[in-house]
Design a protein around this ligand. Structure first.
Ligand code: ZN
Length: 372
């Protein structure tokens, strides 16, 4: 039997260069109309009983090549459990090995969250009592931008994820957040639904997600650089969400992402916005401290450098929302590697732990929402 490599499915991304013996040489395709790439997702058939070494030859020119050292590829035989595969990075090549005890196996940069699973999530959540679903708009490929609204309180909370489609951990987090918020027996969730109205966009970039992109939409546009001036031609996804935010206002916002390099969960805030006040900023810092106190899955030591006064990039959603609405707005980053303060040697940072972190984020918000 010969080995076959295939990525012709929802969120697939790989090109086969050459198979020679037990070595499979591959390259990652760049996002359409863009130079960004790092997300990969493919399946391998016909290798049962063999140990193969995969080499991604163009890893060194990926968008965040500095993220490869210490990274480990995910592999699955059931598409439900994604384990870490032994992985090395040297001389611009990412290599990983797998001993096949199954007829077929899947490999990915991180546990994928397909658009089909997204449809299932929307169906399940839209049917829950007290949840309203609406389509805010459509993408350039014609897919829907879904928004789920729940809760009856006066505080307006917006949660949105996956502006960068290769950061699939963001939608696992969303699944966890929605499961908690719709759980009738969850005391904190009930309090949150009484105090706030939640507007939840689980996937800001369906086109990039389905196309197997890392960072951009169908037009090769990085949506998190469009929030100052979104257009129907370049960034209809941002335009329709921002318009909906303009209707409700925003008190608290969380934009959920993944980070290639830092092996920990962390938040990024809105330092440097023109209207910065220490009072607004302190609410953001207080949320981060409370979250770190609530769960070993979060920390505040590691993260991005803060923007200098007046130097915030208002094309990014967190800065735009903090400036536009006076919101306590933040970007949550989860790792492609692991959360090193509490690592998991078998799964690394994983869908289950994305969900656990979402639960902790909401528990923390419950003790916080009154002060917004
Ligand atoms: Zn991102």
């Amino acid at each position: 039997m010969s080995i076959s490599i295939n990525a012709a499915f929802d969120s697939g991304n790989i090109d086969l260069t050459m198979i020679e013996g037990d070595r499979v040489d591959l390259t990652i395709r760049a996002d359409h109309l863009s130079e960004f790439y790092q997300w990969f997702h493919f399946r391998v058939a016909g290798a049962k009983g063999r140990t193969l070494t995969f080499r991604i030859l163009n890893a060194g020119n990926a968008a965040y090549a500095f993220g490869w050292p210490g990274y480990r590829t995910r592999v699955s035989t059931d598409r439900a459990h994604w384990r870490l595969a032994p992985t090395d990075y040297a001389d611009g090549v990412l290599s990983f090995t797998h001993s096949f005890d199954s007829d077929v196996a899947w490999f990915a940069y991180f546990a994928p969250y397909s658009m089909e699973r997204h449809q299932d999530l929307i169906a399940r959540m839209a049917a829950m009592p007290g949840v309203q679903h609406r389509e805010l708009g459509t993408t350039l490929d014609g897919q829907a931008i879904d928004c789920l609204t729940l809760g009856t309180g006066p505080k307006q909370v917006w949660l949105y994820a996956r502006q960068h489609p290769g950061e699939s951990m963001a939608e696992w987090w969303m699944e966890g957040a929605l499961e908690k918020l719709t759980d009738p027996s969850d005391v904190q969730a009930r309090a949150l639904r009484d105090k706030a109205t939640f507007h939840i966009v689980p996937n800001m970039n369906p086109d990039g997600s389905r196309r197997g992109h890392l960072r951009t939409n169908a037009a090769g546009v990085n949506l998190n650089r469009e929030w100052h001036a979104p257009t129907p031609e370049r960034s209809p996804e941002v335009l329709c969400v921002r318009n909906a935010m303009d209707e409700t206002g925003v008190d608290f916002a969380m934009d959920v992402h993944g980070d290639e390099a830092i092996p920990a969960n962390f938040l990024a805030g809105f330092e440097g916005i023109p209207s910065w006040t220490d009072a607004q900023g302190e609410k953001y810092y207080a949320y981060g401290r409370a979250l770190a106190a609530n769960t070993p899955l979060f920390q505040t030591e590691r993260g991005y450098e803060k923007a200098k006064p007046g130097r915030a990039n208002l094309s990014m959603s967190t800065n735009q929302l903090a400036e536009r609405f006076g919101a306590v707005a933040m970007t949550l980053e989860m790792p492609f590697k692991d959360h090193d303060p509490s690592p998991d040697p078998e799964y690394g940072w994983s869908p289950d732990r994305c969900k656990a972190l979402a639960h902790a984020c909401l528990d923390t918000l419950a003790g916080f929402v009154d002060g917004l």
